[in-house]
Write a protein that binds this ligand. Structure first.
Ligand SMILES: [Zn+2]
Length: 253
């Protein structure tokens, strides 16, 4: 399902630059982790199994496999930029876009199209990687944080964000953080909660259990065209080019 809410040329140009950056990252050797990445404190809001995540090299291999092995879930206001991913051949990925790359949580049946698309990608198309991709120039989440929107918004995905993300971040960090830091945490946590919703689906659980499917959470910085990926071992987002230099994750294929 595609429900594009904002599609400015500025955002598209930034994202296209980001995807070209991804392309170069996925084709060059990884560098060692930065001191900042090694020293950062983990957050423990989520329950992920490190073996359900794959190495960057496995993602590279799938991108070049010639088969549709990557399923990418992005935000509506990323527009057609997601289709310009140059690290993978054209038409080699399955892409789904909706508001803030949302996945229905357990019991939320308001978006059966997204659920059906996930099931198709995982159970029928046999995707080997699922990427939930957030981005820093997102205009959906700032809108959802706007007090006027909060007073009148009945969108199921907004209500899910309010319940799963906004309240959790504000409870955990309260007034100790700046508005900029709060927004960054909302973007990261939105991505991670969607990944949790994904791994709660039966079709996803079945293929995670056999090691045939792997998870990824990305956050694209639209201003710098850099990608951060979530590292379950540390509970932090780190630059994707540093992720291969971290302790190896068991891979069953
Ligand atoms: Zn967005």
């Amino acid at each position: 399902m595609r429900c594009t809410t904002h599609n400015s040329s500025f955002v598209r140009a930034r994202l296209q630059a980001a995807w070209h950056r991804i392309s170069s990252i996925l084709s060059v050797p990884a560098s060692p982790p930065s001191a900042a990445a090694r020293g950062s404190q983990p957050r423990r809001l989520h329950r992920f199994e490190p073996q359900h995540f794959s190495s960057l090299s496995a993602l590279r291999a799938s991108a070049n496999s010639g088969a549709r092995e990557i399923f990418l879930i992005g935000c509506s206001d990323q527009g057609p930029a997601l289709e310009d991913l140059s690290f993978a051949p054209p038409d080699s990925m399955l892409i789904q876009q909706n508001l803030a790359a949302s996945i229905p949580s357990a019991g939320n049946h308001d978006d059966v199209t997204s659920l059906a698309t996930v099931e198709y990608a995982v159970a029928l198309a046999h995707a080997r990687h699922i990427i939930v991709c957030g981005h820093t120039a997102c205009q959906v989440i700032p809108y959802w944080l706007n007090s006027t929107a909060r007073a009148h918004n009945a969108c199921p995905y907004y209500l899910q964000f309010e319940r799963e993300v906004r309240r959790v971040v504000d409870r955990e960090y309260g007034s100790r953080i700046s508005a900029t830091e709060r927004l960054r945490l909302m973007l990261e946590e939105q991505t991670l909660f969607q990944l949790e919703n994904l791994q709660a689906l039966t079709c996803v659980q079945q293929r995670l259990a056999t090691g045939e499917l792997h998870l990824h959470a990305w956050l694209v910085d639209d201003a710098t065209a850099r990608i951060k990926t979530y590292l379950p071992q540390s509970g932090q987002f780190i630059p994707i080019e540093e992720s291969s230099a971290t302790p190896p994750v068991p891979c069953h294929h």
